[in-house]
Design a protein around this ligand. Structure first.
Ligand SMILES: NC(=O)C1=CN([C@@H]2O[C@H](COP(=O)(O)OP(=O)(O)OC[C@H]3O[C@@H](n4cnc5c(N)ncnc54)[C@H](OP(=O)(O)O)[C@@H]3O)[C@@H](O)[C@H]2O)C=CC1
Ligand SMILES: CC(=O)C(=O)O
Ligand SMILES: [Mg+2]
Length: 403
């Protein structure tokens, strides 16, 4: 008689683990949040002969002869690797690969739920740039795309660039570009709501890491009036001598107003605050912003400005969290972006594809535009299809689509 298969999810937990009944988050996460599921039956000898040996060997031989068939006869073109080293996990910082896994599983189920894309969480036991790059390159034959997640700056920039140079599948650092895309979408709508253009706005970004740098560059590309970026030490300005290469580049690209000093100083008279640091902003600094200001306090899980405080002074308030209105979160971008890119077998994600995604997200809001609705809800089922279609069309227009 066959031995009974025990589902590890039903096993009793680790001694001393947090008491589930008191916290639904632990109860939900028990056993993880995802599993692999077969798409073909394996019920009998005939099924086994097709799914496994000998049938599988014919398919392997065909792919060996014509490698492009891997897209047709395996899951490659429908699956994304969600890769982290655990160094910038939400706003929790460097908590290591094991502790990052609940977030990576979360990203993977959002890929599936919102984009219909399968995704595999991969947490790496190294923070060395070249080791990460080499590892992902070696894993790449199994995947149609790579979503880098929660890898801290400045290593994330080099890792993404090197992977893009070495791979012919989309490599996309979500915290950089997904966040920048959704921020631009929200900003376009907030500007529209208050009768302004992007060119009329001066923005201050708290955080000169993955998200802050990418948002600054993307907003400049989109035509924002002025933007300055601050790190823990204050405004990233050219007169500073402690800047990394990436921050020096940012100092050169941003800050037309020539500001220096503290974040609080920069916020005086600013039209937009964008928080991607996990720090905190004093209420007086929020109060000193221009009339009809926008406060996008996007750090997770704790926004830089509490929405109750922001509402006292700002015309539009947003956070990255799911429990307040106006959730500016990259979940609105990455499922549709990869769905569109995989659909046309794009070799990479271009700037045009990112702009198309931002326009698509902003466009979904349509006539519902209001102070508490400058960005669609992640549960608006028009978002991912609109993003996917826009990204696929842009990939074709930009010559990176392979079907
Ligand atoms: N809503 C969304 O969709 C997203 C939100 N985020 C949030 O943005 C934050 C940063 O993420 P990411 O860019 O990936 O991280 P990084 O580690 O790459 O960068 C963090 C940046 O924030 C600065 N910083 C950290 N702590 C403080 C502090 N206490 N006060 C002021 N500045 C601080 C760092 O300064 P220094 O350079 O001086 O060390 C650094 O410039 C996280 O909280 C994350 O949750 C990120 C991506 C998406
Ligand atoms: C949303 C997200 O990716 C983050 O906070 O890191
Ligand atoms: Mg992230």
């Amino acid at each position: 008689m066959a031995a009974e298969i025990v589902n590890p999810r039903s096993e009793s937990g680790t001694e001393g683990a947090p008491e589930e009944p008191f916290d639904p988050a632990f109860a939900l996460h028990r056993g993880g949040k995802m599993a692999i599921q077969a798409t073909v039956p394996v019920r009998n000898k005939d099924d086994l002969s097709l799914a496994y040996t000998p049938g599988v060997a014919k398919v392997c031989t065909a792919i060996a002869e014509r490698p492009e068939l891997v897209h047709d006869y395996t899951w490659k073109s429908q699956v994304v690797a969600v890769v982290t080293d655990g160094t910038a996990v939400l706003g929790l910082g460097d908590i290591g690969p094991e502790a990052s896994l609940p977030v990576m599983e979360g990203k993977a189920i959002l890929f599936k739920q919102f984009g219909g894309v399968d995704a595999v969480p991969i947490a790496l036991a190294t923070t060395d740039t070249d080791e990460i790059v080499d590892t992902v390159v070696r894993l790449a034959p199994s995947f149609g795309g790579v979503n880098l997640e929660d890898i801290s700056a400045p290593r994330c920039f080099e890792i993404e660039r090197k992977l893009q140079e070495r791979l012919d599948i989309p490599v996309f650092h979500d915290d950089q570009h997904g966040t920048a895309i959704v921020t631009l979408a929200a900003l376009r709508n907030a500007a529209k709501l208050t009768g302004r253009t992007l060119g009329d706005l001066r923005a201050v970004i708290s955080g000169a890491g993955a998200a802050g740098v990418a948002i600054a560059k993307f907003l400049l590309e989109a035509g924002i009036g002025d933007v300055c970026v601050a790190d823990r030490k204050g405004v990233v300005s050219s007169d500073r001598e402690d800047l990394t290469d990436v921050k020096r580049e940012i100092a050169g690209l941003t800050n037309k107003a020539g500001l220096s000093g503290s974040l609080e100083t920069a916020l005086a008279g600013a039209d937009v605050f964008i928080g991607v640091s996990g720090g905190t902003v004093p209420e007086a600094a929020v109060a000193s912003m221009a009339e009809d200001a926008f406060v996008f306090a996007m750090a997770n899980p704790n926004p830089e400005v509490h929405p109750d405080v922001a509402h006292k002074y700002a015309a539009v308030v947003a956070t990255g969290r799911s429990d307040y209105p106006n959730q500016i979160n990259n979940v609105l971008a990455f499922p549709g972006i990869f769905a569109g890119a995989l659909q046309v077998r794009a070799s990479r994600i271009t700037e045009g594809m990112k702009i198309a995604a931002a326009d698509a997200i902003a466009g979904v809001v349509g006539d519902a535009l209001a102070a508490d609705c400058v960005i669609p809800s992640p549960f608006d089922d028009r978002v991912a299809p609109a993003v996917a279609a826009a990204v696929a069309a842009a990939a074709r227009a930009e010559g990176v689509a392979r079907r």
